[in-house]
Design a protein around this ligand. Structure first.
Ligand code: C2O
Ligand code: CU
Ligand code: CU
Length: 463
């Protein structure tokens, strides 16, 4: 059951459950998709940005008009978008207003030194603040931020703590792709939450959740269930984040409308990849362009995860600005296996409370791997098949890597760009290559947050 929402498994996308039907009949209560605000830079200097983030408790209403406790950054649920420029120095003042829980803010996908990575070492105690400063030195990308307290990440993300960090650079500035935020460039934070019983968002784990991670019956996009988004008739860019604790998304559009993936976790792909279905493991991102120009105004195109409708696009008026899906997006310098000075193996294994990497569970006082600064390494990650084999999205902090091989072969076209998380189905193995350019202590872990919290995480030290 963990793969599916609480719906009939055999339904096709045509007769997928229409959760919002009642709402749509009563036009006054249609949910429009919330678009996260862009956080205001408090520093007038062009090259320096300063932001305030407050992790706080609040309430939200997701379904059936029921109010439930949620967490958010500067708001009720999720957080604002932080827009960063390559080369910019950013200071974030983080306040922990959660009352009685420690937290951290981790910059997922950001290549920064370990002491500002926001992992389990950079704890912010209740009612304390932390000022963190880093410089953006990587290509345009859709990254994100979320809490990372040791053994307690799952609950805080589940309750709503997550936001996007968008990096722009000279490449993204020049490309003629859609980039008008909120008009033809939309972030979609896709999550599933368990709300069916009573509309309350409660983080408790049953046996299934302990095994496979917390899955829910209700899909949310930007915190809204089954919402509508008006999009221009034409090309639209979607910045997709699988922000679920555990669920793998299998995304497709009505009529199997094709779309073009233009970016992976760490930035643009060299060339757009035409797809009809996109698989995203927990924490993976993709930027895609959908062309709605063949639809009439008022037509509805639904976005599905497997057989469940996540949200609906409603085609509106054309925008005056022409945008394109360029044949070439950027150039990526491939890291050659010959450049690697070392290779390491990571075996994902165990189940339930026993999930581990290389037979070890997370110990914050133990460094598992020592990496030399500025060196390139090959990491071979495997998820051996077995009786209770599970999928695991493997994530590495502090670097963007390239996938050399998936199951002994060249990776699929949409994985030939920068990545920080790679999904391994049971029986799969991948070879990753990365250059470690920042000093410090970093994590590698399964991004099924209940696996991470159980200890499916290790630490590497770059010196
Ligand atoms: Cu998304 Cu260790 O992080
Ligand atoms: Cu991370
Ligand atoms: Cu896992």
């Amino acid at each position: 059951a963990f793969y599916f929402y609480n719906d009939d498994k055999n339904k096709t996308s045509q007769d997928a459950p229409i959760r919002g039907l009642a709402k749509e009949n009563n036009s006054s209560t249609i949910t429009t998709l919330p678009i996260p605000e862009i956080l205001e830079d408090q520093n007038p200097d062009e090259k320096i940005a300063e932001y305030d983030l407050i992790a706080q408790k609040s309430t939200s209403v997701f379904v059936n008009d029921v109010e439930t406790e949620t967490y958010g950054y500067n708001g009720n649920y999720l957080g604002p978008v932080i827009k960063a420029k390559k080369g910019e120095e950013i200071t974030v003042n983080i306040k922990n207003a959660l009352g009685d829980e420690e937290t951290t803010v981790h910059w997922h996908g950001l290549e920064v030194p370990g002491d500002v990575d926001g992992g389990p070492h950079q704890v912010i105690q209740p009612n304390e603040s932390l000022q963190t400063t880093f410089t953006i030195n990587q290509p345009a990308a859709t990254l994100w931020y979320h809490p990372h307290p040791l053994h307690k990440t799952g609950k805080q993300v589940y309750k709503g703590l997550a936001g996007l960090l968008l990096i722009e650079d000279e490449v993204s500035d020049k490309l003629p792709i859609p980039k008008d935020y909120g008009r033809n460039d939309f972030p979609l934070v896709i999550q599933d939450r368990q709300l069916n019983q009573n509309g309350k968002l409660i983080y408790d784990l049953d046996m299934m959740d302990v095994m496979h991670g917390k899955h829910g019956d209700t899909p949310l996009v930007n915190g809204a269930n089954d919402a509508l988004l008006e999009v221009p008739k034409g090309k639209v860019r979607l910045r997709l984040l699988n922000g679920s604790n555990a669920r793998t998304n299998r995304l497709h559009l009505k009529d199997e409308l094709p779309f073009w993936q233009i970016g992976s976790d760490g930035g643009f792909l060299e060339k757009p990849v035409k797809l009809q279905e996109l698989v995203l493991g927990a924490s993976e991102r993709a930027e895609v362009i959908v062309d709605f120009s063949s639809y009439k105004e008022g037509e509805r195109i639904e976005l599905f995860d497997q057989n469940v409708r996540l949200m609906t696009f409603v085609v509106g008026e054309e925008l005056d600005k022409e945008t394109e899906i360029p044949e070439q997006l950027t150039t990526i310098k491939t890291i050659k296996p010959e450049e690697a000075t070392k290779s390491r193996e990571f075996v994902l294994q165990g189940m339930g409370h026993m999930v581990n990497i290389n037979g070890k569970q997370m110990d914050i006082h133990r460094i598992d791997e020592e990496v030399n600064l500025d060196e390139t390494e090959i990491w071979e990650v495997s998820n051996p098949n077995g009786r209770m084999a599970m999928e695991h999205p493997f994530h590495v902090h502090g670097v963007q890597f390239q996938i050399l091989e998936r199951n002994g072969e060249e990776p699929p076209e949409n994985e030939r760009g920068w990545k920080d998380t790679v999904l391994l189905m049971p029986g799969e193995n991948v070879k990753l290559i990365a250059t470690f350019k920042h000093k410090g202590t970093f994590m590698y872990h399964c991004h099924i947050l209940e696996h991470e919290d159980a200890g499916m995480m290790g630490q590497f030290q770059v010196d």
